[in-house]
Design a protein around this ligand. Structure first.
Ligand SMILES: [Zn+2]
Length: 423
């Protein structure tokens, strides 16, 4: 028995945000990290055929001693529920982190549109950059199922490292990380949740809560054409040249020095720029019949609704390449056919077109990156899909393992090295 202790050390690739209700992020909070770790663990559990309740919903689990712990869903068993303590303690050491922009509330990046005759934009938050460690401590219970759940939890952290992010506002660009050391785990031989959600289960209609097999995950690589490539984005030009489309009010807008702070760290607040382009330039051309709000979230400023699409900020790779991540999950009120139509269109828009060997262009040449960057590569992972760059995987457990492993192509291990900024 005894204690088990695991202390992975992580490095941010895009700043991590775990702010409080007032919107400040002055230190790393374990609640923000636990929240996203639990959310992704729930997604994995559901994709593997297990049950994970919605801890904010009415049907969440409550522990009753006479019913025993088996009545709890896997997520509540691991992360706790009313009357049941979580299986581990998490301590966070964020002393190796520093703020990227020294500003209390964040600074605005203009969208180029007006709202009630005031310039619209997005807050770029003063998040934290550097290294931090998570310490998981738990008493070994000897319970086989609990051991397996913990290994799947650690695998989920690896999945987040490879494909998504950690902390609050992860769908808005923050919290992409890589593990420096100490994330050791061994996944069980077989799916501990029994039967994976299969490819045909969708006939029963979309599940109300997201499962791993409802997702796609992509890494988009680009090669900037020149040093100050980022200045060519229309949103950046607007603020650098102080040419807002209408009154900017007294709001604080980003200035060149603020962008430079990001660039020096090897990252750039690209997420709202990609979202702006996808939502307002690309999507209307797709002539999709889905409300764009369903996919991209509601109007700027409304943060209550969780968007179906996560888009990371960009970070520098080796060989002069930059990368950002995009992932998404079918919203529960959208039918599978329409979702497929949307995903196919998105995949086409992000995919480089190989005209000749050694020369490729974006399909959207005049769009998002037309004058800014050349296409690098598109890595695409999606359950039971021909678009997957590794292979079409129709078993949930195999799909999970492949994502944890981080494979990008059928024949190679992939994963271009990350450079990042100065420590
Ligand atoms: Zn539960």
């Amino acid at each position: 028995m005894g204690y088990q202790r695991l202390s992975p050390e992580l490095k941010t690739l895009t700043p991590v945000w775990t702010g409080n209700v007032k919107g400040k992020c002055d230190r790393l909070r374990e609640t923000g990290l636990l929240g996203s770790l639990r959310w992704w663990f729930e997604v994995v559990v559901r994709g593997l055929g297990g049950h994970a309740c919605d801890p904010t919903g009415e049907k969440k689990c409550e522990y009753e001693e006479r019913e025993g712990v088996e009545k709890l869903c896997a997520a509540c068993r691991v992360f706790g529920a009313t009357g049941w303590r979580k299986l581990f303690r998490l301590e966070v050491d964020g002393s190796g982190l520093e703020p990227v922009m020294a500003s209390d509330r964040g600074l605005l990046l203009p969208s180029g549109r007006c709202h009630n005759s005031r310039a619209g934009g997005w807050y770029i938050l003063p998040a934290l950059y550097g290294t931090f460690s998570l310490e998981f401590r738990r008493r070994r219970s000897g319970d086989k199922k609990e051991e397996e759940f913990i290994q799947v939890l650690l695998g989920t952290l690896r999945l987040m490292e490879r494909w998504t992010a950690i902390g609050a506002k992860e769908t808005g660009g923050y919290g992409v990380f890589k593990t420096v050391s100490g994330l050791n785990f061994e996944l069980p031989e077989q799916n501990p949740f029994g039967q994976s959600r299969g490819a045909s289960d969708d006939e029963n209609g979309p599940a109300a809560l997201p499962g791993l097999t409802d997702f796609f995950f992509a890494r988009v690589r680009l090669r900037p054409k020149e040093g100050d490539w980022w200045k060519k984005f229309k949103e950046v030009e607007l603020t650098l040249n102080k040419r807002l489309p209408c009154k900017g009010g007294r709001q604080q807008w980003m200035r060149e020095g603020h962008f430079q702070e990001w660039i020096e760290k090897g990252c750039f607040p690209l997420s709202p720029i990609v979202r702006n382009w996808l939502r307002y330039a690309w999507y209307p051309r797709l002539k999709g019949s889905i409300s764009e709000g369903l996919i991209f979230g509601t109007a700027e400023g409304d943060r209550r609704r969780r968007t179906a699409i996560g888009i990371s900020h960009a970070y520098r790779l080796e060989n002069g390449l930059w990368e950002f991540r995009i992932w998404g999950c079918r919203p529960p009120d959208l039918e599978e056919g329409k979702w497929q139509e949307f995903v196919e269109g998105l995949h086409e828009a992000l995919k480089p077109l190989n005209r000749q060997a050694g020369f490729s262009v974006w399909r959207n040449e005049d769009g998002l990156f037309g004058c800014v960057a050349e296409p690098g590569e598109l890595v695409w992972r999606e359950f039971n899909s021909e678009r997957d760059t590794v292979s079409k995987i129709s078993d949930g457990w195999d799909f999970f393992k492949s994502l944890v492993e981080g494979k990008e192509k059928e024949d190679g291990q992939g994963s271009a090295g990350v450079v990042g900024g100065a420590e």
